[in-house]
Design a binder for this molecule. Sequence first.
Ligand SMILES: Nc1nc(=O)c2c([nH]1)NC[C@@H]1CN(c3ccc(C(=O)N[C@@H](CCC(=O)O)C(=O)O)cc3)CN21
Ligand SMILES: CC(C)C(=O)C(=O)O
Ligand SMILES: [Mg+2]
Length: 273
Amino acid sequence: MSVQAVVKRVTIPQLMACKRQRKIVALTAHSAPVARAIDPHVDFVLIGDSTAMVAYGLPNTLSISLETIAQHTAAVARSTQRACIVADLPFGSYQESLAQAFRSAGYLLSQGADAVKLEGGAIMAETIQYLSSRGIPVLAHIGLMPQYVNTMGGYLSQGKSPEEAARIRADAHAVQRAGAFGVVLEGVQEALAAEITAQVSIPTIGIGASPACDGQILVTEDILGLSGERVPKFVKRYADLDTMMRKAVEQYAEDVRSGAFPEPQHCFGVKST
Ligand SMILES: Nc1nc(=O)c2c([nH]1)NC[C@@H]1CN(c3ccc(C(=O)N[C@@H](CCC(=O)O)C(=O)O)cc3)CN21
Ligand SMILES: CC(C)C(=O)C(=O)O
Ligand SMILES: [Mg+2]
């Protein structure tokens, strides 16, 4: 029998049980080093379609493929032991039909995801019901939905008018009824987030949605200072890794040019004859 300690991943029922007990902590990751760094500290890690923007320099999240999300999901799953793995279903991989959604979500689970996330409320209820009743846990994402950037006309906070707030409230109830294990609330005001969090029995995960939510998620590059100057208003920067990287690379370049690097300890011994 192995003496190696078996670290069990956080399960979906464990995440659900956090509701009103303790805050759920989540961050995004798409690479091994970031996944290793966040694994001990988060309840779940999201392989977000924001990878399109923060890792591939694309202008929005619309053009990242299922295959690319799958590759990053496999990398993150290999590099973590503890955190639950949630992968974003990218734009175009689930809206066409229930069969397409199951095929895409099933593929992400085969690559190491424990659950998938998809954008949409009432409009996606049938899909959420289809997947969750067939063994694929679904995290819903409502409010500001980046895959709707073209119909919204930008990344605008949602639920400001009473009609919009009522729609988001109805979306939260619809995804709960459909079987979502949780719901991401993005870019909604505190009063609405607090009301939804109090009304639904599944955990709410906020991003730009106030401390009233049952948990919080942010894009890791944003908190590390690796996503450029323009970050959403809701981001808090905890480090400036961009400056650290630039300084390290500048020093390396200087050392190569001056001959200060490599030193003897960086060289393989030359056998004297
Ligand atoms: N790096 C990164 N971080 C994110 O949080 C993120 C992504 N990328 N890509 C996908 C979406 C896009 N997101 C965004 C992007 C910008 C704003 C933003 O700047 N919003 C304005 C408010 C606009 C308004 O309501 O008028 C802001 O000032 O925060 C919000 C969410 C969140 N997601
Ligand atoms: C909720 C968030 C952070 C998301 O969907 C993403 O990073 O793609
Ligand atoms: Mg996303």
